[in-house]
Design a protein around this ligand. Structure first.
Ligand code: SF4
Length: 85
């Protein structure tokens, strides 16, 4: 009985972790209809940070927009939400 109970608990934990990860990913990729955040709130800057810049971020929308940050975005910019392509 103990092994069966542990197995159920482990499956529940795995399911909870999977659902949590899915929820986090959905937050990273905000749908177009959702409100975008301000540049200031994510420390946006018009220059790259190391090798990280908007043009190599998963959230960049060419030629000068972002899925999550409001306003005009430079391909050479960067912010705290940067996600590697
Ligand atoms: S680095 Fe920030 S502003 Fe630039 S595309 Fe990525 S999320 Fe948008």
């Amino acid at each position: 009985m103990s092994n069966q109970s542990n197995s159920r608990t482990n499956r529940r934990e795995i399911l909870a972790l999977t659902l949590g990860a899915a929820a986090l990913l959905s937050l990273l990729e905000t749908p177009a209809y959702a409100a975008k955040v301000s540049k200031a709130s994510v420390r946006y800057q018009d220059s790259p940070k190391g090798g990280s810049e908007c043009s190599n971020c998963k959230l960049f929308v060419p030629p000068n927009a972002c899925k999550n940050v409001a306003g005009e975005i430079s391909p050479k910019g960067w912010c705290a939400l940067w996600v590697k392509v």
